[in-house]
Design a protein around this ligand. Structure first.
Ligand code: ARG
Length: 475
């Protein structure tokens, strides 16, 4: 059923209907559309535009529809164009012509902008919960391997020894930034466009402030033209989700490498691996690979929406209908990837012996030699040169740094006394890195404690917001 028709003498051509139809994807906005209709109804009633009797009938029908949409008893049909027209059909089927009353003072333009904000807030809160679950899995693993020496890499080459718990914890910091962004985004997205009408507000005695409050928004759009055309919240959400995807992809890449036969550090649980249809020995890290691969589509969704918004005239243009599928897809994608990665992290075990054996290899203790000289007041540039000579010497003799003789050390630099041996151990290198955020066991323990309290605070913050949102939805 079209929501217009008075001035038209023909039905839209099939091709037009097929092109412009959105109900098959925007149907998921139905609960938010019904909830905002209830808020709009209250205002129509309190302003006297609808009698109490009519308002009561519509309210009852809207509540029935909420339940029927949830249970699937009411669904869209082949002739519905979008979620708004399908729900108006539902209302009219129940009430006859008074079912069309809610369109007073409201346009699909402010309606869809409101619905999409509500949906995005709901989905973003769910995403935050899933990110927190992954952080908890990372923190549990980090605590488990908080005392396991391994080697860290730069340029994928052995760099310096680090505790493996330190490696795992780094990912939780990245997700902290994502949660921070989500919280900022929530504050900025909490603006109600309802009341903007088609673009200019309304001549009817409505109260956009009242509907904003009823729907849990902090503010009301300050400009009705901007209110109906602002999709910054969509683009920003897509950026946040793409960034989460990037963080997941880096975990994915790390897991793929650590699970290779060459590394053999990570052993992913069978339940989070897949096999090969031809090679019976294979155990493939598909979760890690999909985490890596899905980042591409999340970035694509962001790019697509930014391109659609670029140069778009104000106020509403049908182009804006193209905001939904990418947004839905990004939320859906992360709803799949986050729990899978969480499970993969939680069930992976790491080979302590292999990591410990790798810790001093590749002359990863060379910085210790340079730092030793710096403590003896040798300028770092000279210290670096001397440490480099020690590496060259050890390499030419086919030995490790700690196997260099006292005499050879002294010949490289007189300040390289036998005391150098005290720092030429993985343990010495690790325990000396006590700076804030460093890899010393005490520093890592402190880092994990801080992270834990930060994650707990995020968890409390988001669960309060989830509760408030679901309270609003069921009001
Ligand atoms: N399905 C439309 C969308 O998603 C709803 C708004 C339609 N507004 C209009 N003036 N045709 O954007």
């Amino acid at each position: 059923m079209a929501l217009w028709g008075g001035r038209f003498s023909e039905e839209p051509a099939d091709a037009v209907f097929a092109l412009s139809r959105s109900v098959h994807f925007d149907w998921r906005l139905a609960p938010y559309d019904l909830r905002s209709s209830l808020a709009h109804l209250d205002v129509l009633e309190s302003s006297g535009l609808l009698t109490q009797d009519v308002a009561a009938q519509i309210r009852k029908a809207l509540r029935e529809l909420l339940a029927e949409v949830a249970s699937g008893v009411f669904a869209y049909n082949a002739s519905d164009e979008d979620v708004h027209s399908a729900l108006e059909r539902g209302l009219t089927e129940k009430l006859g012509e008074i079912g069309g009353s809610l369109r007073a003072g409201r346009s699909r333009n402010d309606q869809v902008a409101t619905d999409l904000r509500l949906y995005a807030i709901d989905a973003m809160l769910d995403t935050a919960t899933k990110i927190i679950a992954l952080q908890e899995a990372l923190l549990a693993k980090a605590a488990e391997y908080g005392d396991a020496p391994s080697v860290g890499f730069t340029h994928m080459q052995h760099a310096q020894p680090v505790l493996f718990g330190h490696e795992l914890a780094k990912h939780a910091h990245a997700f902290n930034r994502d949660l921070d962004r989500i919280d900022d985004w929530l504050a900025r997205t909490s603006v109600s466009p309802l009341g903007s009408g088609a673009l200019s507000g309304s001549s009817l005695p409505l109260s956009p402030e009242a509907t904003a409050t009823a729907l849990g928004f902090k503010r009301t759009a300050g400009n009705s033209i901007d209110g109906v055309s602002d999709r910054d919240f969509v683009a920003e959400a897509l950026f946040i989700l793409a960034m989460v995807g990037n963080h997941l992809s880096r975990i994915g890449e790390e897991w793929c490498i650590l699970a290779t036969t060459e590394f053999g550090w990570a052993h992913v649980a069978d339940a989070f691996s897949t096999g090969s249809s031809i090679m019976p020995q294979k155990k493939n890290p598909d979760v890690a690979e999909l985490a890596r691969g899905k980042a591409g589509r999340l970035i694509g969704n962001l790019s697509g929406v930014l391109a659609m918004l670029k140069g778009l005239p104000f106020a509403y243009n049908r182009d804006l209908q193209e905001d939904k599928e990418p947004l839905f897809d990004s939320f859906d994608t992360l709803a799949l990837v986050l729990p899978a990665v969480t499970g993969m992290v939680a069930t992976t075990s790491f080979d302590r012996a292999k990591m410990a054996a790798a810790a001093p290899a590749g002359f990863s203790l060379a910085t210790e030699v340079a730092d030793f000289l710096v403590r003896a007041h040798i300028p770092f540039a000279i210290a670096h040169e001397a440490a480099g000579k020690c590496v060259a010497l050890a390499e030419s003799k086919g030995i490790e740094l700690h196997q260099i003789s006292d005499q050879d050390f002294a010949s490289v630099h007189p300040a390289l006394t036998p005391a150098i041996r005290d720092v030429l151990t993985v343990e010495g290198a690790l325990t000396s890195r006590t700076t804030y955020g460093g890899t010393a066991p005490a520093a890592v323990a402190r880092q994990l404690a801080i992270l834990k309290s930060e994650v707990t605070a995020f968890e409390a913050n988001f669960s309060a917001k989830i509760q408030a949102f679901s309270g609003m939805m069921s009001a």
